[in-house]
Design a protein around this ligand. Structure first.
Ligand code: UD1
Ligand code: CA
Length: 451
């Protein structure tokens, strides 16, 4: 067997006690993607080779997420949570067959792929062990990187085991480590649990490797990408750092954000050029926006594709399966779910369009409802090209409004409307001339007599 394949081990078996959650920590999300998903995306981008995710007992959901984010990755079970070195050794079998080994934590999701490439460069430059560090504004809780005068990495001291003097060190361990050791398993097997937490610390590998004459180095990077997430306050900090990154990417990509700090992107949002996004817009996963689109204030958009030149909002809600063609207008208090809308169609006010298709150039009047659900099944509504649906109409699916057809306001349409027909479903209007005048006279008299 060749010994050259890179192995990336992502540790996700920790209990995540400080999250106070029934969900494993790696499944908490930033910008709609799990922490684990972020880490796997960075490693898949930067590193070739095999991926191993170490999970704890009863973490089938973490295994499923691994399969979803990085198909082909292997999962290994760490039976008891005995520390990060013990977790790495759960993947012993994979390590035995590997060349370079990278260890990443699922709770450090902001890591950039470029940084992993720098770690690889440190190995190429002769390091046997490279540890990614950062200067922490508040180092409390992190392991400290102890370096020599000449900058060599001597050891990593966990916060709980550090002396007062060591605690003043601000250079912290991010948890990301890269190994190019002839006998990595031999080093890991020497790690003991003789420390404050009685755990097998992966960080002890540095001193052991050094004592064996290997070269150990620290690679420094910025704190923003190395934030460790142990509780929900740190999760919120990471989310806000990540959102800033995305807003920056979007603006660089040609979008105008009038109040960037109020716009929330998903990890996978795609925005075209010359898109203007007004304040308070939220993007859930799976949104693609074309060019020259205006998204006005206070919209909630997920799983939607928006064509060039469309105008959305203010106060619009686009749900999964909304596919809007070029120049479509969706106005205030309109909800669209699982509907294809053709070029230039409009639904400008107060409507629910769910499950169906609207052709090109159709006009959906204010208050139109696609009645898609009968309490048991969902049904489709089809509105043809150039059709005109009058205000306050209920289209009871399954139903089809033909091309060029008109539906009169206030109709409850339960049967198909042929092309170019007018359908009207409401009582005929009756008018009595002069009735109001007589009514007022009678009523005024009645009121006077009652006193
Ligand atoms: C760890 C590092 C610390 C570093 C910090 C950076 C060690 C001993 N300490 O501390 O030096 O500054 O991260 O954020 O490595 N895990 C397992 N199995 C276990 C224990 C942990 O899989 O038995 C996983 C966790 O799921 C997590 C990662 O390892 O993804 C780190 O564990 P955590 O307990 O959060 O370590 P920290 O105390 O943050
Ligand atoms: Ca941690």
């Amino acid at each position: 067997m060749t010994q050259t394949k890179t192995l990336t081990i992502v540790l996700a078996a920790g209990k995540g006690t400080r999250m106070k959650s029934r969900l494993p920590k790696g499944l908490h999300a930033i910008a709609g993607r799990s922490l684990l998903g972020h880490v796997l995306a960075a490693s898949d981008e930067a590193l070739d080779g095999d991926v191993a995710v170490v999970v704890g007992p009863d973490m089938t959901n973490v295994c499923n997420e691994t399969e979803h984010c990085s198909p082909g990755a292997h999962t290994f079970l760490q039976a008891g949570q005995k520390g990060t070195a013990d977790a790495v050794l759960a993947a012993r079998e994979a390590i035995a067959a590997a060349g370079d080994v990278f260890v990443l934590f699922c709770d450090t999701p902001m890591l950039r792929p470029e940084t992993l490439v720098e770690m690889r460069a440190a190995l190429d430059a002769g390091a046997n062990v490279a540890v990614l560090g950062f200067e922490a504004a508040d180092p409390t809780g992190y392991g400290r990187l102890l370096t020599s005068e000449s900058g060599d990495l001597l050891a990593i001291r966990e916060h709980n085991d550090a002396s007062e003097a060591e605690r003043t060190v601000r250079l912290c361990n991010s948890g990301v480590m890269a190994f190019r050791c002839p006998d990595l398993l031999g080093i890991l097997d020497q790690i003991s649990c003789d420390n404050a937490k009685n755990e097998f610390y992966l960080t002890d590998a540095v001193e052991i490797a050094r004592n064996a004459g290997l070269k150990t180095v620290a690679v420094a990077s910025d704190e923003a990408q190395l934030l460790g997430i142990n509780d929900r306050a740190q999760l919120a900090v990471a989310e806000s750092v990540y959102q800033d990154r995305r807003r920056d990417d979007m603006m660089r990509g040609g979008a105008t954000l009038i109040a960037p700090e109020t716009v929330w992107f998903s990890h996978d949002t795609v925005i075209g050029e010359d898109v203007v996004i007004e304040p308070n817009v939220f993007f859930g996963p799976g949104v693609t926006v074309g060019n020259d689109v205006q998204i006005r204030a206070n919209c909630h958009i997920e799983g939607a594709v928006i064509g060039d030149g469309a105008r959305i909002g203010p106060y619009a809600r686009l749900r999964p399966g909304a596919k809007l063609g070029a120049n479509v207008h969706i106005g205030n208090f309109v909800e669209v779910k699982n509907v294809d809308m053709g070029v230039g169609s409009k639904a400008n006010h107060l409507s629910y369009l769910g499950d169906g298709r609207v052709g090109d150039g159709a006009n959906i009047g204010a208050g139109t409802i696609f009645c898609n659900y009968d309490g048991f099944f969902k049904h489709r509504t089809e509105v043809g090209d150039g059709a005109f649906v009058g205000s306050n109409s209920a289209l009871v699916a399954p139903v089809r409004i033909g091309n060029g057809a008109f539906v009169g306001s206030g109709s409850v349409i339960t049967k198909d409307v042929p092309d170019n027909a007018l359908s009207l479903e409401r009582a005929e209007q009756s008018t009595r001339e002069g009735w109001a005048e007589k009514f007022r006279t009678v009523m005024k008299r009645r009121k006077a007599n009652a006193k």
